[in-house]
Design a protein around this ligand. Structure first.
Ligand code: NAP
Length: 312
């Protein structure tokens, strides 16, 4: 189903969140005027009746489902049951409501955390089912992956229209900088900035620093999501990444340099590294969407640090 943002009614769940606000901004730039952005305080998507009411009232041509419980390794370890339950139930309720209301195209956002722990790099979409995910984020990754199965089942049995996109780790303005729940980049930025301001001689990071990750600037991701919403219609899931793999050790040095922190970076090797390597094959997105991430990591980090420094 092709969606023209300027003449379509679009529901964005989680549209006030980190990725959500960038997707909403992008939709507005593309002329979308009929947007519904519910807040969790008004509509709890874990509640099937509330979700059905929302779907009936919004009557959307497309639903971009960004509502989720997310966080870094610490949050995944502290709340594995919540991450499994909430992410699964929100997606289940949303698709069931769409089925009952004959709702529009569903755009589900998956995660790189769904890939098996030892997936060959770069991760290809075909490798998604070749093993169990990294233990630290398996409940989150499997809940998200189960929604891909449900989407496919509902497409075949009920004719539900939908697509499934899998972004790598995101970063950018409006990210979550909470020390308990943040992902690696906001966590590093916060610690480097605080240590620089306080004149602290060293900071300690989790793990060995040897694990690698790939990062996608949030505005690039929002552009890809909107483009996929408007043009992509296939059962196959799609990776969204920047194509650049970097070790956590090199990332920490980069963030320290860009924040002007000159102290030592120590590694707490008793803490988990998480998945050893992560980097996506983005051939499918390039071919199907004509999309390529355009913000280099250094530039995206500069913008994110600038945003944070002005608010912290
Ligand atoms: N951040 C990343 O690095 C990353 C990477 C890959 C994929 N993703 C995916 O991208 C999506 C957005 O992530 P994000 O980082 O933007 O997360 P986020 O900032 O935490 O935003 C998620 C939003 O979900 C809403 N929400 C949570 N529980 C809800 C509930 N029970 N009912 C209704 N709404 C609820 C919240 O809305 P309120 O503000 O109204 O409370 C929140 O703003 C998620 O699907 C995530 O899995 C994120």
């Amino acid at each position: 189903m092709r969606i023209d943002p300027s003449s379509s009614r679009i529901l964005v769940t989680g549209g006030a969140g980190f990725l959500g606000r960038h997707v909403v901004q992008r939709l507005r730039q593309e002329g979308c005027r009929d947007l519904t952005v519910p807040r969790s305080a008004d509509v709890d998507l874990r509640d099937p009746d509330a979700t059905l009411d929302l779907m009936r009232q919004a009557a959307p041509d497309a639903v971009i489902h960004l509502a989720a419980r997310v966080g870094g390794i610490a949050a995944n370890r502290r709340l594995p049951g919540t991450f499994f339950h909430d992410n699964l139930m929100m997606g289940v309720n949303l698709m069931e409501a769409a089925r009952r209301c004959r709702g529009g195209k569903i755009v589900l956002i998956g995660t790189i955390c769904s890939y098996p722990r030892m997936t060959p790099v770069p991760f290809r979409e075909e490798d998604l089912w070749n093993g169990y995910p990294e233990e630290t984020n398996a409940p989150y990754g499997i809940a998200k992956k189960a929604l891909l199965v449900m989407l496919d089942a509902y497409r075949r049995e009920h004719g539900l229209s939908g697509i499934y996109l899998m972004p790598v780790n995101l970063y950018g303005p409006h990210d979550n900088f909470d020390p308990e729940d943040s992902h690696v980049i906001p966590g590093l930025i916060r610690r480097c900035v605080e240590a620089r301001r306080a004149g602290v001689g060293s900071i300690t990071c989790w793990g060995t620093g040897a694990a690698t990750r790939e990062f996608l600037y949030v505005e690039d991701c929002a552009e890809a999501i909107v483009r996929a919403t408007t043009t992509y219609e296939a059962a196959e899931p799609m990776n969204l990444g920047s194509g650049r793999e970097i070790s956590i050790r090199d990332l920490a040095a980069l963030v320290a340099g860009l924040t002007g922190y000159k102290g030592e970076i120590l590694w707490d090797t008793g803490r988990p590294d998480g998945q050893p390597r992560r980097c996506l094959d983005t051939t499918r997105a390039a071919a199907a969407l004509g999309w390529k991430a355009c913000t280099p990591l250094e530039e995206g980090l500069r913008r994110t640090i600038d945003w944070y420094e002005k608010r912290a």
